[in-house]
Ligand binder design. Structure first.
Ligand code: PRX
Length: 639
């Protein structure tokens, strides 16, 4: 049975662990790391500077994360479910993969990758739906030291092509299609479009899921199932894990920032393993035998860290759900919870708000008695949603971990430890051991004391942090380490209340959080500007009841679109869908004849944001604008 000697058991232990992690970070993380499987122990726990930045954890350590997620559990947990898979359609049979079965399948597919010429250090793009083969593909890459770059199924061909080109991937793993709610998503066809612009890709492995007719290009495309058969004819040889340096790259995951181009956040093997495991085991207080259900998609960091690597490295049972919370009805998550006696449910505020909208009908009479712990992630949770989750899902007895973290942080940073440290609706509360948050003002001066607001920074490294942005280290430095000297800047605003609890107030840069998905305003503007007839656009966020933030676009066209305004809007939305993907579609488009600009030509987004938020009386000083009259026009035309 798995045991976690570093699991915090009460508030006093939290305080002790926290203090030790600050006074002696190397001793602290070195102790945690002792509980993993290393082929060779590290020479040095930590070496770092935030100036370059150059961060190395467990340097000289040799390991493979899949030996920690699979091999080391076989003797004791071989017959324990590693992955429970629930399909989109409740009528279809679920699947359970024990640790031994998962191990066998990962080795088998790792051999498929090798047969297709994949080597350590190659970049592999994975574009699949939420089926067990996705988990197998990810782990098979890690097994042989190939770097996976998973792209969420909601991104367009153009977005995939950008990501494949940036990482120079040479192989793609995909499915014929994916089921999500009542939709069939034609994954392979999207990949075919993307690959027209990606000469680096020599092979595509296609897994069967929807049996949608697809084109298979001779010499490039092969079926997953045929490739597996070949490995079987070879007698299913074992696949020993590639020996990785702790600081070798494990994966790239693209995320949006304030510029138009998403960046490839790079995580490395050793630190990411130790950090996702430590945070999983502590935040959720995982106990052997429990069933952990994270509703995120593996295409996002939450899925990487808390569907796959965190739980599997801990020998936990993790639930993978193919579908969506509202199909075939809004009781789907509660049915799954009952069916598999889920103990921990980790989901996003946007899902909670959308389910709240259906009232209590779909919840009443569902057996949620197995639930012990709840978690929230991805965006600030409003108090109403927090209480609904607490009262109606947790029946008042389950602690809620409101986990604040980012793609870049690899794992939880500020969060209640379920049932151990205090919780407070809307607050991420206290930092986990090893995390040293500080608030700074515009000039980077630390804001001390309680009852204060500022920009959230972290002043000391933690093992799960990003190391670079793929192919462009300077961009990593500029984005995260140059705003404030010697600090990692999160891009979030934050308050620390009278009790010292942290509450994240949202992004302070030009990044939107729509249904928990990160989208750069510049990316959406670039996509809108690609539309024929559009001269210029400006995109801001506005409060949205379900999505948290909605996308509001102000658009200037070369001719007055008033006659066909509604049609033009639909065309623009279609363009954005094509360029980025459906997740970035504007909710509101307002045609304007000009944008509020300073004399130097800078768009005053503050004013546009206020108008979108309907705070029309509070626009601040508009006298410095090139053409103040434009503001009145925009106010009059507000949607
Ligand atoms: O603004 C914060 C918000 O989501 C951003 C990170 O987005 P992403 O990298 O896509 O990762 C999401 C999953 C970890 C943060 O900068 N955010 C995330 N969790 C919370 C949150 N805001 C408030 N409360 C949270 N619990």
């Amino acid at each position: 049975m798995a045991s976690y000697p570093y699991q915090i058991k009460n508030f006093e232990e939290y305080q002790q662990a926290y203090n030790q992690s600050v006074v002696d970070p190397e001793g602290f993380w070195g102790n945690v790391a002792e509980h993993f499987l290393w082929r060779k122990k590290w020479d040095k726990v930590l070496e770092w500077n935030f100036k370059d930045p150059d961060i190395k954890w467990f340097q000289g350590g040799k390991m493979n994360i899949t030996e920690n997620c699979l091999d080391r559990h076989l003797a004791t947990l071989g017959n324990t479910p590693a992955i429970i898979w629930e399909p989109n359609d409740p009528e279809e049979r679920h699947r359970i993969l024990t640790y031994r079965e998962l191990y066998n399948k990962v080795c088998q597919f790792a051999n498929v990758l090798k047969n297709n010429g994949v080597k350590k250090g190659d970049r592999i793009c994975i574009y699949m739906g939420m089926i067990p083969e996705l988990a197998i593909a990810v782990l098979a890459c890690a097994r042989i030291g190939a770097i996976h770059s998973v792209v969420f199924g909601g991104f367009s061909a153009q977005s995939i092509a950008d990501r494949i080109q940036d990482a120079q991937c040479n192989l793609v793993i995909t499915c014929d299609g994916a089921f999500r709610g009542n939709k069939d998503i034609p994954l392979k066809s999207v990949i075919d479009d993307a690959l027209m612009a990606c000469p680096s890709v020599k092979k595509v492995i296609v897994c069967t899921r929807t049996r949608t007719p697809i084109s298979m290009l001779k010499g490039r495309d092969v079926w997953w199932e045929d490739e597996i058969k070949q490995v079987e004819t070879m007698g299913n040889p074992p696949c020993s894990a590639e020996e990785m340096d702790a600081e070798d790259m494990l994966f790239i995951l693209y995320t949006s920032g304030s510029t138009g181009k998403p960046k490839g956040v790079v995580h490395t093997c050793g630190g990411f393993m130790v950090y996702t495991n430590y945070t999983f085991v502590n935040t959720f207080q995982y106990k052997p035998g429990e069933v952990f259900f994270c509703t995120a998609d593996i295409g996002w960091i939450t899925g990487h860290s808390y569907i796959l690597y965190g739980p599997l490295s801990a020998g936990a049972t993790t639930l993978l759900f193919e579908g969506v919370p509202t199909w075939p009805d809004a009781g789907r998550l509660w049915d799954i919870t009952d069916k598999f006696r889920v103990t921990t449910l980790y989901t996003a505020p946007t899902a909670i708000r959308s389910l709240m909208g259906f009232g209590l009908g779909p919840v009443n009479h569902k057996d949620l008695s197995s639930l012990k712990k709840l978690g929230s992630v991805g965006e600030p949770i409003n108090e109403e949603a927090w209480h609904w989750f607490k009262d109606h899902i947790g029946k008042g007895k389950c602690p809620i971990a409101d986990t604040w973290w980012q793609t870049e942080t690899g794992g939880h940073m500020i969060t209640p430890i379920a049932g151990i440290t205090p919780e407070k609706p809307g607050y991420a509360t206290l930092p986990l051991p090893g995390v040293q948050p500080i608030l700074v003002d515009e000039n980077g001066k630390e804001i001390q004391g309680n009852g204060v607001n500022g920009n959230l920074c972290i002043k000391f490294p933690w093992p799960g942090m990003l190391r670079t942005t793929y192919g462009d280290h300077e961009r990593c430095r500029k984005t995260y380490f140059a705003t404030y000297e010697n600090l990692y800047f999160t891009g979030d605003g934050c308050m620390r209340d009278e009790d010292g609890y942290y509450r994240i107030t949202g992004r302070v840069d030009d990044v939107l959080n729509v249904s928990g998905h990160r989208i750069g305003t510049a990316e959406v503007e670039n996509a809108i500007n690609m539309h024929a007839g559009v001269v210029e656009s400006a995109v801001v966020g506005y409060p949205h009841d379900i999505k948290g933030q909605g996308i509001y676009a102000y658009v200037i066209c070369d001719t007055n679109p008033s006659k066909d305004a509604e049609l033009t809007k639909k065309d623009i939305i279609q363009t954005v869908s094509r360029i980025i993907g459906p997740i970035a579609k504007p909710d509101k488009i307002q045609f304007v004849s000009g944008l509020p600009k300073t004399r130097s030509g800078k768009i005053m987004r503050r004013i546009l944001r206020k108008i979108a938020e309907n705070e029309l009386d509070n626009l601040g000083d508009t006298s410095t604008l090139l053409d103040p009259a434009v503001v009145d026009e925009i106010k009059r035309g507000r949607l």
